[in-house]
Design a binder for this molecule. Structure first.
Ligand SMILES: [Zn+2]
Length: 349
């Protein structure tokens, strides 16, 4: 069930009170705003009804609860119920409030969390989730959740976490992320404040598909959000800070790429074009491919990616029949310069 308004929550609760089979039948329950500008505020308008609904349910396997973050933080998880089949949980409740619920649901495989609301140690440290395979959470909480786990996919992105001081260095501290299996996918929102980013990633997670997206809340984009133009001198000045644009960091960027000795797939999304012309941009990427580790087979670069515009190129390492040897080929290109034809986001995957 997908509930995006107070009325829908009330209707379902009402139906469940009169027909037992309604709550028996609910396996997927999602409560959140339909769109960011929707007036529905799940905390103020429906918290009691959501609690009543959860207390009556038994068979939930996938649960999504997105509460309004602007109000007082929730201090008690909305139900004391245990859902024996729960495998996927996506909630933006403070981590301290979530700890005991997580501990009683060890079968969770997919976990998506919002802000931690804790500046010191993540309160989820010590939560034993042996089935966990995929987490999306703030960088400062990754290590709390991956100890002795089988997590293979980690996403530390900003979508639900609007905080300019994103604690990336707490994750990228040169200590390997300790899991019982190999990490196969790491997606990190980056900004200009982390020096030697690829060296750090090679130390914490050497064997993976790596996706780097320039953070929505980096200084540059913060500026664009509030001033609405990506062509001002100030915005372009901020763009210079990213490692591929900064002469002081370029060699560190290339050395770091070389250090990722088991990297198979590399995706990079930047808000600005890498260079003024497509040709110069391709030359820069070719230079990276020249120093790339031999394990790397696919590279996807999406630049000028403001509002799904820009240029997306895929490079593959494959047989070049003309030169009769293996080499990097530019196999796929999308360009979108106005809002009528947007870049297909699925291609960046
Ligand atoms: Zn946390």
């Amino acid at each position: 069930m997908h509930l995006t308004s107070a009325e829908e929550v009330e209707h379902l609760l009402y139906a469940s009170m009169y027909r037992e089979e309604v709550t028996e039948a609910i396996s997927i329950l999602q409560v959140h705003k339909k769109i960011p500008t929707s007036p529905f505020r799940p905390v103020r308008e429906s918290y009691g009804s959501i609690r009543a609904l959860l207390d009556r349910s038994r068979n939930i396997t996938d649960l999504v609860l997105h509460f309004s973050l602007s109000l007082k933080p929730i201090c008690v998880f909305p139900t004391a119920n245990v859902f024996n089949g729960l495998v996927a949980l996506d909630v933006n409740i403070p981590h301290a409030t979530l700890a005991s619920f997580l501990q009683s649901h060890p079968r969770i495989e997919v976990l998506v969390l919002g802000p931690c609301n804790n500046t010191q140690q993540c309160p989820l440290t010590g939560c034993h989730l042996p089935s966990l395979q995929h987490i999306t959470c703030p960088p400062s909480c990754v290590r709390a959740l991956t100890i002795d786990s089988h997590v293979s996919e980690i996403f530390t992105t900003h979508d639900n976490i609007q905080h300019p001081n994103y604690p990336l260095l707490q994750l990228l501290n040169f200590r390997p992320i300790a899991t019982l299996t190999f990490l196969t996918c790491l997606h990190i929102d980056i900004d200009d404040t982390v020096p030697d980013i690829l060296q750090r990633i090679s130390a914490v997670a050497p064997r993976l598909k790596l996706k780097l997206t320039q953070s929505k809340f980096s200084h540059e984009v913060y500026f664009l959000y509030y001033h609405g133009s990506c062509h001002t001198d100030n915005a372009l000045q901020q763009a210079v800070r990213m490692p591929w644009n900064n002469p002081n960091y370029l060699s560190s960027w290339e050395n770091g790429l070389h250090l990722l000795q088991h990297l198979q797939r590399f995706l990079l999304r930047s808000w600005h074009p890498l260079r003024a012309s497509d040709n110069d941009e391709d030359l820069l990427v070719r230079r990276w491919l020249f120093v790339a580790p031999p394990s790397l087979k696919n590279v996807v670069i999406w630049t000028g990616a403001w509002q799904n515009l820009g240029r997306l190129i895929k490079w593959d390492f494959e047989w070049d029949s003309r030169r009769r040897k293996m080499g990097w080929q530019k196999n796929y290109e999308q360009k979108a310069s106005d809002l009528r034809a947007l870049i297909d986001e699925l291609a960046f995957n």
